[in-house]
Design a protein around this ligand. Structure first.
Ligand code: HEC
Ligand code: HEC
Length: 414
């Protein structure tokens, strides 16, 4: 009996592996014995902006992937390099563009050759503080996450890890850097670690809210202060402005958007994507839970995203169905979209027009200080040319894939 259900679980897992991203395949050159005598790398000191917790090694940053100058630099190149994709047109930055709030401005993302993907691109901002990755939390770390999209037919192409690694090995600049940083040839483990190290530098803080919290009471407008109280946070007792008619936590946002990064890291059903009959288009967290440990409350539930820098990363929600922050507030005000699995913390709020505007003002005050990201120079390939990382920032189309010069279509993959 036990054995039978164990087998059934395996079969189901196998099926799930085919319909979603596979994180490893047997041919991966994952295992490589490093030659540590070749490593020439320095620890990197990351100064976090005001309001964010420090990137403590072995805690916030995993012990297996310390922040070093070489890892961050290499990761940045890989992040912006379209040669990671099957036809050389899509980079991580296509869908997580620092100039678009580390997202892509699309309702749901468009990947290689114009392929449609059912979900909205989440921001990479502050993912260093995240406990799980993806809207359904199916990856446990940034390192695990980075290995998924490269193999996704609707993102970077239907290709194996081995093919990607083989292609990157033909770029001498990458071979040199992998040796200096990891003491190995190019491999998937280093690829994922380097990209994760770079992503951990994408931080949003020192917002007007952070300035307020650290004693600059003038940083927030009166409307933003009322929004802060409605959201669920107390004003500083020393602040002269203490509106008496505003009910603390009336909008109940801190039930889920809590802590320094405004996320409880849990999964909730707001009814996003539910039709008039309460039928959900995407099962969310439930589908990601292991067979045998599925929780009914996870049906249609998605991870609470940060609301830091949220002004820059619309449209909103896992399916991009809310175009503006005003529309998001309307959704909460009506108590979400009815469906059998709606979170108990989502109820009609009866907000006045002024209160809705105040909430939006508060979210605007969570916009972080702008940290410009200079595009990296990408190492030249076997033909001596390097792609322009900017070209991959445009939304992919079928025409763009076809028009690519063969030199950039990159060997070994087809
Ligand atoms: C075609 C668009 C596309 C490309 C290319 C892409 N992503 Fe994503 N990314 C997405 C979408 C969509 C999601 C959410 C998917 C889901 O939740 O199922 C996502 C999720 C993520 C997350 C999780 C964030 C969170 O808060 O949970 C990270 C981190 C990330 N991507 C980094 C990367 C990296 C690194 C690369 C390159 C190796 C990359 N992405 C390539 C579209 C893309
Ligand atoms: C029960 C938990 C919960 C409560 C309460 C809650 N949120 Fe959310 N919030 C979420 C989840 C989960 C999502 C993503 C839902 C999805 O995509 O299906 C989300 C998404 C958002 C987004 C979109 C962010 C993005 O990047 O797409 C904004 C903005 C937001 N919430 C603001 C608020 C405000 C303002 C309040 C209070 C009025 C609030 N939330 C109350 C859990 C909650």
């Amino acid at each position: 009996m036990l054995r039978k259900s164990w087998l059934a679980g395996l079969v189901l897992l196998g099926l799930a592996g085919q319909s979603s991203w596979a994180f490893q395949d047997a041919s991966d050159p994952f295992v490589a014995i490093p030659d540590l005598s070749k490593v020439q790398d320095q620890p990197a000191e990351i100064q976090v902006p005001k309001g964010l917790p420090p990137l403590t090694p072995n805690a916030v940053v995993p012990a297996s992937n310390p922040m070093t100058v070489g890892r961050i630099e290499l990761g940045k190149q890989l992040y912006f390099d379209p040669r990671v994709s099957l036809n050389g047109t899509v980079s991580c930055a296509t869908c997580h563009n620092p100039e678009k709030g580390w997202s892509d401005g699309q309702v749901t993302t468009i990947g290689i050759g114009g392929a449609a993907n059912g979900r909205n691109s989440p921001t990479v901002i502050n993912t260093v503080y995240g406990r799980t990755m993806f809207w359904d939390g199916r990856a446990g770390s940034l390192e695990a996450q980075a290995q998924g999209p490269v193999q996704s037919p609707t993102e970077m192409g239907n290709q194996t890890h081995a093919q990607i690694i083989e292609r990157l090995r033909q770029i001498p600049g990458y071979r040199d850097q992998f040796m200096k940083v990891f003491g190995t040839d190019v491999n998937m483990d280093g690829f994922a670690k380097a990209i994760a190290a770079f992503e951990r530098t994408a931080l949003s803080g020192n917002s007007k809210y952070d300035q307020y919290v650290t004693g600059d009471f003038k940083a927030l407008s009166e409307s933003a202060k009322r929004g802060m109280v409605l959201f669920g946070l107390r004003l500083d007792m020393e602040d002269e402005y203490q509106p008496e008619d505003v009910v603390l936590k009336k909008a109940n946002c801190t039930s889920c958007h809590i802590g320094t990064n405004f996320s409880d890291e849990q999964f909730h059903n707001l009814g996003v994507g539910a039709d008039k009959n309460g039928k959900l288009a995407d099962l969310g967290r439930w589908a990601a839970e292991p067979v045998g440990a599925k929780n009914v409350a996870s049906i249609g539930a998605f991870k609470t995203p940060t609301v830091r820098d949220v002004t820059r990363s619309g449209p909103y929600m896992h399916d991009g169905s809310e175009a503006t922050l005003e529309a998001v507030v309307e959704l909460y005000n009506r108590g979400g979209n009815a469906n059998p699995y709606l979170s108990k913390d989502i109820k009609p709020l009866n907000l006045t027009a002024q209160e809705k505007a105040d909430l939006v003002e508060f979210m605007k005050a969570l916009e972080g200080e702008v940290v410009p990201v200079a595009l990296p120079k990408l190492p030249p390939g076997p033909d001596g040319t390097s792609p322009d990382p900017r070209a991959a920032l445009a939304v992919p189309t079928a025409a763009k894939a076809a028009a690519l010069p063969t030199a950039h279509r990159l060997m070994s993959s087809e």
